[in-house]
Design a protein around this ligand. Structure first.
Ligand code: FUL
Length: 469
């Protein structure tokens, strides 16, 4: 008898769990999603030759930073609110920023620090000091290595990976460029992606692997840092191939995709990826960076912002100023959530207040780990907010509990103004974060109406901001 009651109670509890909609993210992907904005550093011989793609024949002595200061990079990124830095350990020219055993085109062959220098080691220390995660870009395309274009090269590349991951870890992101051109012997490589991926999993199990086709995070399909207005974290990996995928497909993702591969938006703060002195006046403004943030992180992606160190080995003053301006602007716009403390309810069917942590109030508690489970079949539902005093805002931020999958396919935001209920924004996907700009509106109530979705609707946060601009 007792057992039956227990079984029944368990069964009720079972039905009260919000069912995930598959696919769902791996924990390394969820951790990555929380980073939001992080830095890319393109640095190497190209910095000194004013090129974007070195040929692999450059004299290693050209690599000669006069004042390399990875602490200055990391302090700048930390102050800018970034949480990770990814360095081009090896770009297409094949030059290695660490003294690898597997190439003779490295810092060890240069006169820089008498051949004893090691950029990765210095960056590792600086990341530790400033509490930043570290990632590495390693180009499989290698215009220097004599083995490139032969089956042996795949093992060389895997050895380099292992060396970097074990010597400079923990590494949290491995960035694979899909470029596949000819090597010094005039041949192209048939890449052994399975081997490369297996190597990363073995030596850096917490690292997410980036390429245009995943497996963990995907290229957003452009180098301007902009995700699609509709942006799913899912795609069908069988439909894409590394180095040759449909850019429009990557930009939007796939509502029916069986694989969780969210989008990373890479873009440079300057016109080029590498530092060029003649671009010092072309650094993006704080306003342009805020706009990029809103169109990447604000569309369910992440912002990978390239800030290339200069020939001294420092982040140039103009870039530092732009980053500090961006941080100040972002804090000004997103510093104070005006929806905190509002009274939340789900008038059209209610939520499940009996289920601790899933009641409407979860959307205004400032925590993404709690969510409102909007009870209704077919993905519909509404959450209402009621303010003590009228609130003036021009940004709406919505978040879904993506640990249980991405749901919303269509939504509308309405505000109770002096003219009555007025639609102020609408859209398709939400995902981890959706930022909507609106004309400044003063409202006493707000409702978010989910019109269509996968599985049952759920929201973890509704936030309102006033840019004051
Ligand atoms: C591209 C490369 O060819 C560029 O040089 C740069 O590294 C960019 C981030 O990826 O595929």
């Amino acid at each position: 008898m007792l057992l039956t009651a227990f079984t029944l109670a368990m069964a009720i509890q079972q039905t009260q769990q919000l069912q995930p909609v598959t696919p769902v993210p791996h924990k390394r992907q969820l951790a990555w999603q929380g980073l939001e904005t992080y830095a890319f550093c393109h640095f190497g011989p190209n910095t000194f030759t004013d090129m974007e793609w070195g040929e692999g024949k450059e004299d290693p002595n050209l690599f000669n930073p006069t004042d390399l200061d990875c602490n200055q990079w990391c302090k700048t990124f930390k102050d800018a609110g970034m949480k990770q830095v990814i360095i081009t350990a090896k770009h297409h020219d094949g030059f290695c920023l660490w003294p690898t055993k597997y190439s003779t085109h490295t810092v060890a062959q240069s006169k820089w620090k008498d051949g004893k220098g090691d950029v990765l080691a210095e960056l590792r220390k600086a990341c530790n000091k400033y509490g930043l995660k570290m990632g590495v870009y390693l180009s499989p395309w290698d215009r220097n290595h004599p083995a490139y274009g032969t089956p042996e090269y795949n093992q060389v590349f895997a050895n380099m990976l292992k060396e970097v991951l074990t010597k400079y870890g923990p590494i949290y992101e491995v960035w694979f460029d899909g470029a596949n051109g000819e090597g010094p012997n005039g041949k192209r490589q048939v890449y052994d992606w399975d081997l490369f991926i297996k190597t990363v999993r073995e030596y850096a199990p917490e690292a997410v692997i980036f390429s245009d086709a995943g497996p963990d995070i995907r290229w957003v399909g452009n180098e301007s840092g902009i995700a699609g207005e509709t942006c799913w974290s899912m795609m069908d990996r069988a439909k894409v191939k590394i180095g040759g995928s449909d850019q429009a497909y990557l930009n939007v993702g796939d509502a029916k995709g069986p694989d969780w591969v969210p989008a990373e938006c890479d873009v440079s703060i300057r016109p080029g990826w590498f530092y060029h002195a003649d671009q010092d006046a072309k650094v993006k403004s704080p306003e342009a960076l805020l706009d990029l943030f809103e169109r990447s992180v604000g569309r369910n992606g992440s912002l990978l912002l390239n800030v290339p160190p200069d020939r001294r080995g420092r982040i140039h003053e103009n870039d530092v100023a732009a980053l500090m301006g961006f941080k100040e602007l972002r804090d000004g716009v997103y510093g104070k959530n005006l929806a905190r403390g509002a009274r939340a309810s789900c008038p059209t069917g209610g939520s499940r207040p009996e289920q601790k942590g899933h009641s409407p109030g979860a959307v205004v508690d400032g925590r993404t780990t709690t969510f409102c489970w909007i009870e209704s079949a077919g993905g519909f539902g509404e959450v209402w907010l009621e303010f003590k005093e009228p609130v003036a805002f021009d940004r709406v931020v919505l978040q879904e509990p993506v640990a249980l999958g991405q749901r919303c396919e269509a939504f509308v935001v309405e505000a109770m103004t002096e003219q009555g209920w007025t639609e102020i924004a609408n859209g398709t996907t939400i995902g981890a974060k959706r930022i909507l700009k609106a004309t400044r509106t003063t409202a006493t109530k707000l409702k978010v109406v989910i019109r269509k979705g996968r599985g049952e609707a759920a929201l973890s946060e509704i936030a309102l901001y006033n840019s004051g601009r």
